[in-house]
Structures are given as structure tokens and as C-alpha cells.
Ligand binder design. Sequence first.
Ligand SMILES: [Zn+2]
Length: 291
Amino acid sequence: MPELPEVETIRRDLAVVLTGETICAVKILNPKTVFPSAAFFKKALVGQKVKGIRRRGKLLIFALPLNFLLVHLKMTGQLIYQNKKQKIAGGHSLKAGFLDSAVGGELPNKHTRVIIDFKNGGRLFFNDLRKFGYLKIVTADQLAVILKNNYGPEPLTKEFSLVRFKEILKNKKTKIKVLLLDQKRLAGLGNIYVDESLFAARVNPTRLAGSLKPGELEKLWSAINQVIKFAIKQRGTTFNNYRDSQGRRGNFSRFLKVYGRSGEACLVCGRPLSRIKIAGRGTHFCAHCQK
Ligand SMILES: [Zn+2]
């Protein structure tokens, strides 16, 4: 699943090419991907100009003159922008093989759900293998309610202070891994960056959130910010060799210390890393180093 760093990376890339551009056509290949309805969606978008692209947690927010277009990539969503000169892709990382047909190959393909055409000839494709992702038109008021009800503070912002983090964890009988994945408490983290942050702080993912000592809490808060900051700098994590037209790729996969490394040696103590399931999510950690 694309997490904060991957969504932020595609946001930055798309903002460069789409800001100021006018939508001239919309093609909906899977009506269930768009809200509130396919007819409304199409009518609302055509003729509008992209004023800018924001992000909240893993949610992309396209600001338009009359309303907002929300894009959530969920498990397997991707955004691919193509014009005569370049192709920009982001979102779900693809396994080899599938990658070629989805990003490197001809578009649209069998996973394309929505196509947005721009007056300048550029095309934005929304591809989604599992179909959990969505595109939604909302008013400013609706957007405010969505953000208020679903998104906690996010790393690297002043709202995510150490004091706030302490409040979020205080007396919680939830496992720390589960709590960090809860977007309402802390927005933006998913499985990869939670595992990496817990390892960096040497905190065992099975610990109850409320049981962390002040020192551990501070280390974890700092680790979350550092891991996310570095991952954004590396343009997120991709597990393939796809490069966009400018030769860039998500590099954070080279720096993963525990995620996807179960059975391999811990980079600190050399013992094999463990993999367990917590709330149905594969969890990677060192049982020796993480207390
Ligand atoms: Zn270890």
C-alpha cells in the first residue's frame, strides 16, 4: 500500500505538470471507482482547472475552482501521467512482470479505471488492480468534515508534537503497531514505515501502546519523524526497477532494515529477524533488539 512518502512523491511530481492545466474530458471505465456518481463526476470535472494538489495522510486533494477532487490509492492504486514528452508514475509498487504491462506498457490497460484528459494533451490514468481506491468530488465543507473525522496529526508537522504523541498513547491497551496504523490517531503511516520506525526505536511491535516508558516514547516519536523524512527524500519505497522518464525511482527499499527481511540477519545483533501477524498485518522485527 502506498504510504505517506509514496503519496507525497506522486503529489510533488503531479503538481509540477498539472497545476494550471484544464480538464477537457473524463472517461470512466469502472463506475464504482468514482463518487458520488459517474455522471456527476464527469460533469463536475470537465472544464475545471487544477489550482494545486495537496495531501493529507495518504489522501490526495486536487483543488479545483468549484470543488475538490479526492484521490485515495488504497491497496493497489496508481496514478500515471503521460504526455508526448514524459511519463510520471506513482503509488502502488508493482512486482516485475505486472509492472511492464501496467506502467511501462500501453495505456489504458485492463487495470485502468479512470482517465482524465487535459487540454494540453496530457492524460492522467488511475489504475487499480484490487479496486479499493477511489476518486471523489467533494465541496469544501464536505472535505473539512472528512479530514476532521478521519485524519490524526501527521509526522513532520507541528501538530505532531511530542506532547501530542504522549496523549495519543496514554493508557492505550492497544498494541503499539495497531495504534500507529490507525489513521485517525496518526495519519500517513502504513505497514512498512511502522515496522521501520519501531525497529529504529527498538520497541517491540506487540507492546501495549500505554506501556511505553517516557524514554521509549520519545525515541519512537523521533524515529517516526526521521524515517518518514528520509523516505520522502528517497522518493518512497518501490520494489521494482521502474524509472520514470527522468530516471528516478523510489530508493527507500535499499534502506529497509526489517520490512520484508524476515529470516535475514538483524543489522544490529545478527540474529534472524522475525515475522508475525498483528491484526492481520505481516509484522517484521528483531525479537532480541526490540524490547
Ligand atoms: Zn537484533
